[in-house]
Design a protein around this ligand. Structure first.
Ligand code: COA
Length: 440
């Protein structure tokens, strides 16, 4: 618990806060959409997060309490999860439901909440923080856009197979998921963790929750469908349970266990999405577009019909410690250098992030460990520093959002010492596809 002046204190959430936080969040989120009315879908989500969620407890909320009334004045929630890249685990805290009650605005309560959250995550080894939110606002709290979100074209409903056309999935079909599919879904996610994409796997308990655990009104509730080959579950789709905006069904995730299946899976999946979208057609709102909230490189997008181009958006990211971030990626960096036939000619490489320095240790040219090094007061010109990289640029490189040439073009303060270091860093950080459907 942290006192801030005499008026406010910041504390972890408690089960007894459920009513207050549900009311606070329902009355502050999505107000332009609700026309100023409390949003029951947000209220249901808060109640689901406070009770019975497979990975969130009331303690994951942080609350600013007004000491005069003992009631919450502001709150947020952090959803702990692990992302994977090439087999390496990255601990992530996804921040959601940031709100201040109107009567308490102007007191920088969000800054207080984030300071407490960052302290908590630094102590708990949650290396990355992620948030999707108000443009620019979170930059003020140390976040940078460092991950691509969205960007796949939206497909007109008329371009999807008509009802009765199974899309010629040639033996592969799609049906609604049941909780009995949870183990198979978790196995598909587990296998994806070894790929060179950023993924956010769910275990069987979380899949059961996604399929049948949420309140009907929860804004985070989605429909899960499985791709089947005979009796075997070989892929999945996750899409919205309602149409948004001007009749848009939103597709959040699509996965196929065996990459070779994609050419057969894509038509079957698109046929299913057409049926799902048309089912939601009700008076006053008809199914117009399949909004694919996927990366443009996603196999389903590449194999699907052309659509309306969409500008890629970004997720805000922050790291509690760039050295810890590189340490998590040790096996990935080692494999990339080995794959490029590169062996570092010295026993260490120092990457300074203008505040923290990482010492990369090598044995016979191979990376063996990343530890904290001695930082230089002026890393950009220090002969003992191999590269000076601002933390925001390192984040973009580490997550495969930007390559070294792109970073060098945009960040004059990103300074590799020599050509060899530049060659190593280029090979270390190729572009990575973010195939993420973050937790909620
Ligand atoms: C966004 C929100 C949480 C900020 O509340 P707060 O931390 O109490 O912020 P304050 O009122 O103390 O304002 C702090 C600064 O942020 C700016 N700010 C506040 N709300 C903002 C918004 N929606 N967009 C951009 N800037 C905003 C303020 O102008 C102020 O800037 P200044 O330092 O230049 O004066 C609050 O406005 C809110 O609850 N909004 C509705 C819910 C919402 O949109 N949540 C975010 C979802 S990602």
């Amino acid at each position: 618990m942290t006192m801030v002046g005499t008026r406010y204190l910041v504390r972890p959430g408690r089960a007894g806060d459920a009513d207050d936080l549900a009311a606070l969040q329902a009355a502050t989120q999505l107000q332009p959409v609700t026309g100023g009315e409390p949003d029951p879908a947000i209220e249901a989500w808060v109640r689901d997060l406070m009770d019975g969620h497979p990975s969130v407890t009331p303690d994951d909320f942080l609350v600013v309490e007004d000491t005069a009334t003992g009631r919450p004045a502001a709150s947020l929630v952090g959803l702990r999860q692990d992302w994977y890249l090439g087999g390496a685990r990255l601990p992530v805290g996804q921040v959601e439901l940031v709100a201040t009650a109107p009567g308490h605005r102007g007191n920088r309560l969000t800054e207080m909440l984030f300071a407490a959250l960052h302290d908590r995550y630094r102590a708990g080894g949650v290396t990355l923080q992620m948030i999707e939110g108000i443009p620019y606002f979170y930059r003020r709290l140390g976040y940078d856009y460092a991950l691509a979100d969205d960007g796949a074209p939206s497909v007109p409903a008329a371009s999807l197979p008509a009802d009765g056309d199974d899309g010629s999935g040639a033996g592969l079909t799609v049906r609604a998921a049941t909780v009995d599919d949870a183990d198979a879904l978790a196995a598909i996610d587990r296998r994806l963790t070894g790929d060179q994409v950023l993924s956010c796997p769910r275990d069987a308990g979380v899949w059961r929750y996604e399929i049948a655990g949420r309140r009907a009104a929860d804004i985070a509730r989605n429909a899960v469908a499985v791709l089947v080959d005979g009796a075997e579950v070989v892929g999945y789709l996750v899409h919205s349970v309602q149409l948004y905006g001007a009749g848009e069904l939103v597709l959040f995730a699509a996965a196929c266990d065996r990459p070779a299946d994609w050419t057969r899976a894509a038509p079957a999946m698109l046929a299913h999405l057409g049926v799902a979208g048309r089912q939601h057609t009700v008076a006053g709102q008809s199914f117009n577009l399949l909004r694919q909230r996927l990366n443009p490189q996603h196999p389903l997008v590449r194999l699907g019909p052309p659509g309306v181009p969409k500008r890629q958006r970004g997720w805000y990211l922050r790291t509690t410690d760039p050295v810890e971030l590189l340490a998590h990626l040790t096996p990935v960096l080692r494999a990339r250098w080995a794959g490029a036939g590169l062996r570092w000619p010295a026993s260490s490489m120092t990457i300074d992030t203008y505040g923290r320095a990482a010492r990369l240790e090598f044995t016979d040219g191979e990376l063996t460990a990343v530890t904290a090094g001695v930082r230089s007061p002026n890393p950009a010109v220090d002969p003992g520093t191999h590269a000076a990289i601002p933390p925001g640029a390192l984040l973009q490189l580490a997550l495969g959002y930007r390559t070294l040439p792109e970073v060098l073009a945009a960040w004059p303060d990103c300074v590799p010492r020599d050509r060899r270091t530049e060659q190593f860093l280029t090979a270390a950080f190729p572009p990575v596809e973010a195939r993420l459907w973050p937790r909620a």
